[in-house]
Design a protein around this ligand. Structure first.
Ligand code: HGY
Ligand code: MN
Ligand code: MN
Length: 417
């Protein structure tokens, strides 16, 4: 049986060009939303979309959309895509692999003059990582109508610039964020290819992971307010040392995650101590806590435990106060069995090995699952590494994922069900 196939050279070329748009050349990819690197990549993606005949527009949250008409152009849309922002000093594949997979599918359909029943939209989303403003899954949450003006006004980057200000400066009117929301009745399915960011596919020699469940994520920002004092003259029992309090809390967070069980994880990935001098007792600490589990009750167990520890801490040292802000809270998501079956069948038909998997990483697909049927597939990550400059996926392995995705997208887009 003859199958339409992607071309690995084009996939490699797109990824290599996008990888050059980084604020940290030589130290991985840093491509924050609404930055110069965003602009360069955005223009490239739009140009590549136009080259394969797509009608290109940007939604009010900054997502790039390339639309390909269907025979029945009023039919609900099949979407394929991922994000093109990155973490700080990240890798070239996290996000862009899925955006390039979408671009390549668009090119293959165009050059083979395939007309599908459903229109197809090829998508590149922003601020999935939350690398600049915290939170994350922004582009897909905007499509789900879950981004408020309050978030745009209060989520700031490290320079204190709010999302609203950054968007306006970049050319997107934050007051129009609501019109990024999509009508679920106008959507047929959302497909995403992503790198696994873990070791399983490489270790098992399986080519493609088909995701059944994505863990829930809660991200907190905690501020501990003590009192800056002279490091030499302030006796240990008279201090309100915010960093010592934070250290005590961080150890307890690790124990809470372990006792929650079910593979629950918790990470304090970012911490700052102010004023930040060797001879000043730290008066202020800000830190993030990222909590994940396939069971929401486990996440809630850790959050409640953190709140309990913070209250105890204040009782032990009334000179220390705290505040806690929830930047992201998304429940675990099961993906669509019917789409999983289509992806599995496509792998069988093409002789591409697949396995059902859980995702410990969050993805836009988990948000889109609240709007429509969703399929999410993984391709192998070398040594399971990601969110680091060493992140790598073999291009031929990526091509296999693109080919499987192409077949599944066609299976859904070619008939009105
Ligand atoms: O954090 C995550 O899981 C994803 O990389 N945004
Ligand atoms: Mn990521
Ligand atoms: Mn990602």
């Amino acid at each position: 049986m003859l199958f339409l196939e992607s071309k690995v050279q084009r996939i490699q070329e797109d990824l290599e060009v996008m990888a050059r748009h980084t604020a940290t050349p030589g130290q991985g990819v840093t491509r924050f939303s609404f930055s110069d690197e965003d602009r360069l990549t955005r223009e490239y993606i739009k140009e590549r979309m136009k080259q394969c005949g797509l009608m290109v527009y940007e939604d009010t949250a900054g997502a790039i959309v390339g639309r390909r008409s269907g025979k029945n152009d009023q039919a609900p849309v099949v979407m394929v895509g991922s994000h093109f922002d990155s973490v700080k000093n990240g890798g070239p594949f996290d996000g862009p692999a899925g955006v390039v997979a979408a671009l390549e599918i668009a090119r293959v359909l165009e050059e083979n003059q395939v007309m599908t029943e459903h229109p197809i939209e090829f998508i590149a989303l922003v601020e999935e990582e939350g690398g600049r403003f915290g939170g994350g899954l922004f582009g897909s949450r905007a499509m789900a109508g879950k981004v408020s003006m309050e978030e745009l006004m209060t989520y700031n980057d490290k320079d204190g610039i709010s999302m609203a200000h950054a968007m306006a400066k970049f050319g997107f009117d934050p007051d129009l964020i609501g019109s990024a929301a999509r009508d679920p009745r106008q959507l047929r399915a959302f497909f995403e290819l992503h790198i696994e960011q873990g070791p399983i596919l490489e270790a098992t020699g399986i080519s493609v992971g088909i995701v059944e469940i994505v863990v829930g994520i809660t991200q907190l920002e905690i501020t501990l307010q003590g009192r800056p004092d002279h490091a030499g003259t302030t006796p240990m029992d008279m201090r309100a040392d915010a960093l010592v309090a934070a250290a005590d809390l961080i150890m307890k967070i690790g124990r809470l995650a372990k006792s929650a069980g079910n593979g629950t994880v918790a990470t304090v990935g970012k911490i700052s101590a102010r004023p930040g001098a060797a001879n000043i007792v730290p008066g202020n600490v800000e830190c993030t806590v990222d909590i994940r589990s396939k069971k929401e009750e486990n996440i809630n167990f850790v959050v409640r435990g953190i709140e309990r520890e913070l209250k105890l801490l204040m009782r032990r040292n009334p000179a220390i106060s705290y505040s806690m802000m929830c930047k992201l809270a998304i429940a675990p998501v099961r993906l669509t069995p019917r789409i999983i079956d289509i992806l599995t069948a496509e792998g069988n038909d093409r002789g591409i090995s697949t396995k059902l998997m859980q995702s410990g990483a969050g993805h836009d697909a988990m948000v889109m699952a609240g709007l429509t049927e969703v399929g999410l597939i993984f391709v192998p990550s070398k040594s399971g590494r990601s969110h680091c400059p060493e992140e790598w996926t073999d291009y031929l392995q990526l091509k296999q994922g693109v080919d499987l995705l192409l077949g599944a997208v066609l299976a859904v887009a070619q008939k009105i069900t």
